[in-house]
Design a protein around this ligand. Sequence first.
Ligand code: ZN
Length: 82
Amino acid sequence: MSERGRLLLERQPEVRVTCPNDGWTFAPRYTDGRCPIDGWEAPVDVAPPRLARIDWFWPALIAMAIVSILMGVLVVLAYVRA
Ligand SMILES: [Zn+2]
């Protein structure tokens, strides 16, 4: 597999930070980058990947509608031509 493909499939290592105020170690990804005890903001980027921020409901619904219409056309064509 290519280097790029491997990078896409591999999970990023879990980022953990320790709050300097209370010594609590946490994964900022699950707490909006803030310490769950006192709200200290961790200096890390917690934005999800670009593709995970898109709402895929409508694109997926439209794609399925198009594929379903295509299938219907193919079935009618196969029926008419056979
Ligand atoms: Zn804290």
